[in-house]
Every structure is written in structure tokens, then in C-alpha cells.
Design a binder for this molecule. Structure first.
Ligand code: CP
Ligand code: NVA
Length: 306
């Protein structure tokens, strides 16, 4: 039976930790893994634009000896042409895994239902698991074990927030999420996230008040408008500006580092000065996208144990 990586919600803390360690080994000893995906093909379907995800998957698969075929759905949802179940079944005739960036999480469920090969979520409306793994690898490299550290997310409660919460809790990282009112995380996911935090004995704070952001190890932010959100920037700018990640905030909460999944908007959600500073982990995060994804691909596409 094949496994997919759609959310990390069904993972154990042991496996999450092993996956992170495996990604570090892949990064440190690439010569050991150059033939892991020899002769294998991955189809990567993108309904939305991408720089980091597309390029890091393509180059990463190549480094493991495999081959990637890029399918651009040109801004249109797959389901407008064909049921995702049938797309998944067709791709399974030729390829060994599917990577998909989609508007709706339901499209991923459809692809996974139709496919008999692994399906990997390369971002949807609810989750961005590959990003979260790269981010916690980055945190581990700069701060040591993430268990017991505190990640503070400031900004729009979105797909990146959800995945940072889920994987971070599994890894034992305390979580603070500060969002403007009306831009909280998806209430449908709140129960699962709270239950996970309780089970893992991880502190969880949600607030609309910046005063609730106290001492933390890293501050993370993301765009105020995610792909597919047509709200005019001016409409949300006033609400979000007090939540900007800037030098004053970093100093007030004594954060060691700032993080952002990118694409970033200089002097909106984060100041350009911080992005370029020594406290910025943005390029380290981008670098780790490939290692995170290669660990996921290797785990799902081969018989190796974590
Ligand atoms: N962070 C990230 O997923 O970047 P892209 O949208 O460029 O792939
Ligand atoms: N929340 C952002 C992440 C981009 C990588 C979006 O969905 O557009």
C-alpha cells in the first residue's frame, strides 16, 4: 500500500523526528543517495505559480537519479478539465509519484484516491507540509533540537501556519500564533491542532493581540495575501500593518532569528532590512526545501525505513 504526504496530521512524533534526521543525513551525505530514485519518474502538477517548490523538486529529484515531468495547469483547476481521481489514475500508469500544488485540498484527496502511487502536497489552500519540514530543519541547524523551543508566527493564519503548527507540535516545539482579528487559523483545524498539542505536551497560544507575543526563539511570517486571494492589498494593509515583523518587534521579544517561506514582500509583512540581516534564515529555509523534499520522496518512493 502506498503512502501520501498530504498533511502530517497522521504522523507520529517518532516518525516526524526520524524524517527530519534523515533529511539532515541526505543533505550532509549526498553521495550516499545519488541513485535512490534511479529510473523513477515524478509528475509535478502546478495549478498555481511557484519558484522555490518547482525548482527545488526538479533539481532535487535529479540529484537522487530520478526524473521530473512538469505539468502546468495554467492557472486553471484540474477538475475543470477532468476529475482529479481520473488524473491520479492516469498518471499512475507511467509515473512513480505525483507532486501537486492545488487550489483546493479536495483536489489532492481526489488525486490520492485515484492514484496507486504516492501523492505529495506541494501547497494547497490548507497546508504546505514540505515548507514546514524545511523550516524545522533550518531551525534545528541554527538553534539545535527544536523540542522545547518557541516558534512565534505573526500575520495571516493560512496554509503555512497550519503546517508549521502540525509538524512543530509533533517535534515538540511550543507555538504562538498572533493574527489580526478575522484572519485566525481555520476554525475547522483548531480542534485537531489543540488535541495534538495536548497529546504532545506542547504550549499553544492563539491571540489577536501583539502584547501576547513574549520571549520566543524565532518569529515567522508569511504574505498577507495568499495565492488565489483577490482582496485588494489596501483593504487589508491597515489591519495587518501593526503585525509587521520589524527590528523593534524582534528586539522586544528577543528572538534569535526571523523566518519567512517566501515569496516575501519587503516592508509589508517583514522589513527589507530584517530580510537582509544576519538574523534572517530566509535563504537557509529556501536551501532546505530540496533536502526536505528529497527526504519525503525517498521515504515514500522506496522501501527504506526512516
Ligand atoms: N515557499 C514556496 O513554496 O515558494 P514558491 O511559491 O515559490 O514555490
Ligand atoms: N501562504 C502563501 C504561501 C506561499 C508559499 C500562499 O499560499 O500563497
Amino acid at each position: 500500500m502506498h503512502q501520501d504526504l498530504l498533511t502530517f496530521l497522521n504522523w507520529t512524533k517518532e516518525d516526524a523526528n526520524k524524517l527530519l534526521q534523515f533529511a539532515l543525513d541526505l543533505k550532509q551525505h549526498p553521495q550516499k543517495y545519488g541513485k535512490l530514485l534511479e529510473g523513477q519518474s515524478v509528475v509535478a502538477i502546478f495549478e498555481k505559480p511557484s519558484l522555490r517548490t518547482r525548482v527545488s523538486f526538479d533539481i532535487g529529484i535529479n540529484k537522487l537519479g530520478g526524473h521530473m515531468v512538469y505539468v502546468d495547469s495554467q492557472g486553471a483547476e484540474l477538475k475543470k478539465r477532468e476529475d482529479p481521481v481520473d488524473v491520479g489514475a492516469n498518471i499512475s500508469q507511467w509515473a512513480d509519484a505525483i507532486v501537486a500544488r492545488v487550489y483546493s485540498h479536495e483536489t489532492l484527496n481526489g488525486l490520492a484516491d485515484g492514484a496507486d502511487i504516492p501523492v505529495i502536497n506541494a501547497l494547497c489552500d490548507k497546508y504546505h507540509p514540505c515548507q514546514a519540514l524545511a523550516d524545522y530543519i533550518t531551525m534545528h541547524e541554527h538553534l539545535g533540537a527544536v523540542a522545547g523551543k518557541t516558534m512565534a508566527y505573526v500575520g495571516d493564519g493560512n496554509n503555512v501556519t497550519h503546517s508549521l503548527l502540525i509538524l512543530g507540535i509533533l517535534l515538540g516545539c511550543h507555538q504562538v500564533v498572533i493574527t489580526p482579528a478575522g484572519h485566525d487559523i481555520d476554525p475547522k483545524l483548531l480542534g485537531d491542532i489543540q488535541a495534538l498539542a495536548k497529546a504532545q505536551n506542547v504550549n499553544l497560544i492563539f491571540s489577536n493581540d501583539m502584547q501576547d507575543l513574549k520571549r520566543c526563539d524565532v518569529i515567522y511570517t508569511d504574505t498577507w495575501l495568499s495565492m488565489g486571494d483577490e482582496t485588494p492589498l489596501q483593504t487589508i494593509k491597515d489591519a495587518f500593518m501593526p503585525y509587521q515583523v520589524n527590528r523593534g518587534l524582534v528586539e522586544a521579544v528577543q528572538a534569535s532569528f526571523v523566518m519567512h517561506c517566501q515569496p516575501a514582500h519587503r516592508d509589508l509583512e517583514i522589513t527589507g532590512e530584517l530580510m537582509d540581516s544576519e538574523q534572517s534564515l530566509l535563504m537557509a529555509q529556501a536551501n532546505n526545501r530540496m533536502h526536505a523534499q528529497n527526504a519525503i520522496l525517498s521515504y515514500l518512493m522506496t522501501d527504506r525505513e526512516l
